[in-house]
Design a protein around this ligand. Structure first.
Ligand code: WTA
Length: 646
């Protein structure tokens, strides 16, 4: 029997949801016909110190300028914390679940308010002012949320660096945005293993004298080196300051955070998000996409080092006064039932995770899931990469016992919030499809020449008009912003993704069409990995491509040409793998390195990645035209050594 390919909205779900099909259609239509009226109304979902009178002022042409609610003033921390005190001060804001299942904590909105206010005062005492940059390099502990909100409270721009990045990557991100202060922990804890965060910061700062203070949260109590002039224990500083702090008045377009993300060329770029539009969009999508209702326990398993953690662990849920669960650990520690046990322990209603985690847990069979109840679950979500239908069906049937709709949410660091997704009460699901656009989002499919493709089709995914959560610029490099996103197809935001649109108008994201690879839902630029490899003294040249990987979605495949006279030994292969981990971080660990005596190049010297991708994917029959290569024999050599490896 073949599996169903359409899962209609059930009457029960539609009746309980914020929007059903008719309402979705009506709201969507208004949102694109009259964005000023639509967002003018929905912008009121957050509290403004000064109400806006202008709603949308955006252009994708020329200099590209994106402004929403521009004359309004507000504060993100005020909206995520203070405004809830009167009605839900004693409600849990954050449930923290430690790496060790014996450790968890409930933080109420009142406690959150105190912590954030104190930390805001600590930042001020360290000289942090509105507009200054603060780098956050923390594990998944509540202090990460306090740190984000404290920055927002004083008007500082935070830049979170994922704990899996190396000292070198951390250094690059600190220097690029010229941070004065870093917030970190002694060590992180993941799957019972310690992550040397403070030691990594020390290493990164050897070359970054601009950082004058480091605030260190004591997480494990492990030994750390100490620089008396620069380092401060978080708990000491928090005890010194008052718990009273007035939130800074911020313009809607004042920056909220920078988040570095990989593109097809060069170093990662600092995606800049601002205050008002971002928060309205994060909060609104959190409510509608997850069909969040008062009292729900909501869990997003991402790390705050990624955009998903920003918008859907911290800002969206807290702006809505939700209870958000923050998990320090990993899906398979201490056992592969961990996710399901946490769901039962905290009675989670809404669960949002990544396909890579689902695939890894699916491999363990049904028993570790079935031994738990999961009766609290009402809705499941997926994000980060295309979800294959097998994983979707397992998620739906086994994890959700066939009861829970799945929202497959497509979006990007740049988009600030979810753009294409089912709304659970309105849009029937097809496994593997992100389905239809959210309010205000106008997708368009174009061919490589930019011709608009109508109806059922396949091509490059663009968005033709702005939505409030959109990034505003690349920090410090507006020209790069224009070049990267608005020049390939003039006047449109180009996502870098390919997609198919079916006869029902549903979107199926097929993956990146640029030189970005998506490893376990983490974005990496092939150029970054290549430049790490060629920085090794024995490497002459390198080309990196993604290839299909059962668990990770895509794996990292590196073709390496060694300097003349170097031996391609197994030791050297291991050394190069370790080298890339050191240069970028464990998330960039190459899965396969193939020695390449030569790389396929055009006569003008351009590496033909299309061919390398096919060889890596073992699609040797589909190499296409190789006649334009400077030396077509190179390809035969690569294919035969690929085939020998199996
Ligand atoms: C991919 C993560 C298919 C896509 C929020 C996008 C997805 C990139 C999905 C952004 C999805 C994310 N279906 N592909 N539901 N969600 N992607 O910036 O290629 O880390 O361009 O943001 O992930 O990754 P980023």
């Amino acid at each position: 029997m073949s599996s169903p390919t359409f899962f209609p909205v059930t009457e029960e779900v539609a009746a309980a949801a914020w929007v059903d099909e008719a309402k979705y259609k009506a709201m969507y239509e208004q949102s694109v016909k009259d964005p000023d009226a639509f967002w003018g109304e929905h912008g009121k979902r957050i509290d403004w110190f000064t109400p806006y009178t202008k709603v949308k002022n955006t252009s994708f042409e020329g200099d590209v300028s994106i402004r929403w609610f521009e004359d309004g003033t507000t504060n993100v921390a005020y909206n995520c914390v203070d405004r809830h005190l009167a009605t839900r001060g004693d409600q849990t804001a954050i449930i923290w679940e430690g790496d060790n299942p014996a450790e968890s904590a409930h933080i109420t909105y009142r406690e959150l308010h105190e912590k954030v206010s104190r930390l805001a005062n600590v930042l001020k005492a360290q000289g942090v002012k509105k507009g200054d940059r603060v780098t956050i390099y923390l594990p998944m502990i509540p202090e990460a949320a306090y740190a984000m909100l404290a920055c927002a409270r004083v008007g500082a721009i935070h830049s979170i660096v994922f704990g899996g990045f190396s000292p070198d990557s951390l250094y690059d991100r600190i220097v690029d945005c010229d941070s004065k202060l870093v917030i970190t922990a002694d060590e992180g804890l993941r799957g019972g293993r310690k992550v040397p965060l403070k030691a990594n910061v020390d290493k990164a700062l050897e070359k970054a004298p601009g950082v004058t203070s480091v605030i260190v949260v004591k997480r494990t109590g492990g030994n750390v080196a100490w620089n008396e002039a620069r380092d401060h224990w978080y708990h000491d500083e928090m005890a010194k300051v008052s718990a009273e702090n007035a939130a800074e008045v911020m313009g809607a377009e004042d920056p909220l955070f920078i988040l570095y993300t990989s593109g097809s060329t060069g170093k990662p770029k600092g995606v800049l998000h601002t205050t008002g539009g971002y928060l309205v969009y994060a909060a609104m999508t959190h409510q509608y996409v997850f069909d969040y209702h008062e009292g729900d326990i909501y869990w997003c398993t991402a790390d705050v080092g990624w955009v998903t953690g920003h918008s859907y662990i911290v800002y969206g849920p807290l702006a809505n006064g939700a209870t958000t669960l923050m998990f320090e650990g990993i899906p398979n520690y201490p056992s592969v039932s961990r996710f399901w046990e946490v769901i039962d322990k905290h009675k989670v209603n809404i669960f949002y995770t990544a396909p890579t985690a689902i695939r890894a847990l699916m491999r363990e069979g049904e028993a570790p899931v079935k031994k738990t109840s999961r009766a609290s679950l009402r809705l499941l979500g997926s994000v980060g990469e295309p979800i294959n239908p097998e994983a979707w069906l397992w998620y739906h049937g086994v994890v959700g016992d066939g009861r829970c709709p799945i929202v497959d949410t497509w979006w990007q660091t740049e988009t600030g919030g979810i753009l294409i997704t089912p709304l659970p009460g309105a849009i029937g699901q097809k496994p593997g499809s992100a389905t239809l656009p959210f309010f205000g989002v106008q997708p368009q499919v174009v061919d490589n020449e930019g011709t608009i493709l109508e109806g059922a089709t396949e091509g490059n995914l663009c968005i033709v008009d702005s939505w409030p959560g959109q990034m505003r610029t690349v920090f410090g490099d507006h020209e790069r912003f224009i070049q990267t996103y608005f020049s390939t197809f003039k006047g449109k935001y180009f996502t870098g993704d390919g997609c198919r649109r079916d006869e029902d108008g549903y979107y199926w994201i097929t993956g990146r069409v640029d030189d970005v690879i998506n490893v376990s839902g983490h974005r990496l630029g092939t150029a970054e990995i290549e430049s790490a490899l060629v920085a090794h003294p024995k490497v002459a040249e390198a080309a990196v491509v993604g290839y299909p990987h059962d668990l990770k979605g895509q794996g990292i495949y590196a073709y390496v040409t060694l300097n003349a006279g170097e031996d391609p030994t197994e030791e050297l292969r291991k050394e190069l793998v370790a080298w890339v981990r050191k240069e970028i971080g464990p998330i960039a660990t190459p899965d396969l390195i193939q020695w390449a005596p030569g790389l396929p190049k055009t006569r003008s010297g351009k590496i033909m990645r299309r061919i390398l991708r096919k060889i890596a994917a073992n699609e040797h029959e589909a190499l296409g035209d190789t006649s334009t290569l400077a030396d077509p024999n190179v390809v035969n050599d690569l294919v035969s050594s690929r085939m020998n490896r199996g």
